[in-house]
Write a protein that binds this ligand. Structure first.
Ligand SMILES: CCCCC/C=C\C/C=C\C/C=C\C=C\C(=O)SCCNC(=O)CCNC(=O)[C@H](O)C(C)(C)COP(=O)(O)OP(=O)(O)OC[C@H]1O[C@@H](n2cnc3c(N)ncnc32)[C@H](O)[C@@H]1OP(=O)(O)O
Ligand SMILES: NC(=O)C1=CN([C@@H]2O[C@H](COP(=O)(O)OP(=O)(O)OC[C@H]3O[C@@H](n4cnc5c(N)ncnc54)[C@H](OP(=O)(O)O)[C@@H]3O)[C@@H](O)[C@H]2O)C=CC1
Length: 336
């Protein structure tokens, strides 16, 4: 490599390192000033990892989980399979799906099928549903979990970046839901539909604008269909997860790891969620124990949303001694 290129490549690596260092130090400063050591309250909220519903709750039921090969979708598949469901997992990477399917089947003894499908392509979705009908018949449970996302200042987004995320999240969910919905209606078969969105679907969020817009669209889609398709025996619900460590999410939303501590600090339960916890909730919502639940939007975030929203929540960092002073000052005030 010529000297000038070698030098500029070393400089680039140094700049990356420096950037991460500055981010880490700014986090250290941020947390050094808080009164209560962050995260200690997590001891009050230990995550339970076992399947919550009675065994056999999903016997003779078929469940489709999009994006079921990895992360949260994989955990939901494992729980449903453990509870007796025959699962179908669908996404783009067939090798990943097949590996997951084999691992879960061998643990639970219940068949997991892997079907390749890019949810952005309505024709591929239709062929995927043909394949599902041939394998298991139409599903009783549909979990729209597949998604794409990355952090990016909006002024840096290309039209194709916008289209890619909104196609996967909003159009993909719509294509899967409409294709299955129409066939279920034709066959007079009821079903539970669940969409996995996110807490910022409600608030919006900078730096993930295509995802926020598309997830908000998914919520409108599911609430609308809950009203319209109850007459066909279909329920529609939404889970908004807070942060749960998965490679897919964390590598694209916090690539340096610099924001994780700040994130945990603002969660009142003092920790991230776990895949098994959301899998239990998804199983409950999709089960007959929740047959009266439709149109629900369930926030599952350890309290992060309200923590971010409340104007005075930063006062958590005021120490008892500081409170004594503050209270004295406030009590001294007379009149307006
Ligand atoms: C305050 C700090 C907070 C820290 C947060 C930490 C943790 C998380 C907490 C909460 C999470 C909340 C919500 C999470 C929501 C999620 O959805 S997470 C799930 C994430 N999983 C995935 O994204 C998996 C699938 N993703 C992918 O396959 C790819 O990432 C992609 C979505 C890009 C799709 O792949 P592909 O179809 O191959 O697309 P391309 O690579 O061809 O790209 C298409 C266009 O997009 C542009 N692009 C790609 N990456 C970026 C980027 N990083 N920045 C800007 N633009 C990007 C690419 O250039 C293409 O556009 P052009 O053709 O070049 O114009
Ligand atoms: N982890 C977290 O903290 C949070 C996650 N969520 C949501 O949870 C869900 C799961 O995310 P998580 O498990 O973390 O991340 P993952 O990246 O592990 O999961 C995303 C899945 O979507 C699939 N997928 C992506 N694009 C397509 C496509 N075009 N067609 C079909 N499948 C596709 C991927 O499979 P493949 O690459 O094979 O196509 C992958 O299995 C998502 O809806 C996400 O928005 C919400 C809030 C917080």
């Amino acid at each position: 490599m010529p000297d000038t290129r070698k030098r500029s490549s070393i400089w680039l690596q140094f700049k990356d390192f420096f950037f991460v260092l500055v981010l880490s130090l700014s986090q250290f400063r941020l947390h050094g000033s808080t009164g209560l050591r962050s995260g200690s309250q997590a001891n009050f909220f230990p995550p339970l990892e076992d399947a919550m519903l009675p065994s056999g709750s999903f016997n003779n039921r078929m469940a489709l989980i999009t994006g079921g090969g990895t992360g949260l979708g994989r955990a939901m598949t494992a729980t449903l399979s453990q509870l007796g469901a025959q699962c179908i997992i669908a996404s783009r990477k067939l090798d990943v799906l097949q590996r997951t399917a084999e691992e879960i089947s061998s643990q639970t003894g219940n068949k997991v099928h892997a079907v390749q499908c890019d949810v952005r392509d309505p024709q591929a979705v239709s062929q995927c549903v043909d394949q599902i009908e041939a394998l298991t018949g139409l599903p009783d449970v549909i979990i729209n979990n597949a998604a794409g996302n990355f952090v990016c200042p909006s002024e840096r987004l290309s039209p194709n970046a916008w289209k890619t995320i909104t196609d996967i999240v909003l159009n993909g969910t719509a294509f899967v839901t409409l294709e299955l919905g129409k066939r279920l209606i034709q066959n007079q078969k009821g079903a539970s539909f669940l969409a996995i969105t996110t807490i910022y679907a409600e608030s919006g969020s900078g730096f993930v604008v295509p995802s926020a817009s598309a997830k908000a669209g998914v919520e409108a889609l599911y609430k609308s269909l809950a009203a319209e398709w109850g007459r066909y025996g279909h329920r529609f619900n939404i889970i908004q997860p807070g942060p749960i460590r998965t490679k897919g999410a964390f590598s694209r939303l916090d690539p340096t790891g610099a924001f994780e501590k700040a994130m945990i600090d603002r969660i009142p339960t003092g920790r991230l969620g776990t895949p098994a916890e959301i899998a239990n909730l998804a199983a409950y919502v999709s089960s007959n124990y929740a047959s009266w639940m439709s149109g629900a939007v369930i926030r599952f975030d350890g309290g992060e949303y309200v923590s971010l929203a409340g104007e005075f929540n930063e006062l958590r960092s005021v120490t008892p001694d500081q409170w004594k002073l503050l209270e004295a000052m406030i009590r001294k005030t007379k009149g307006s």
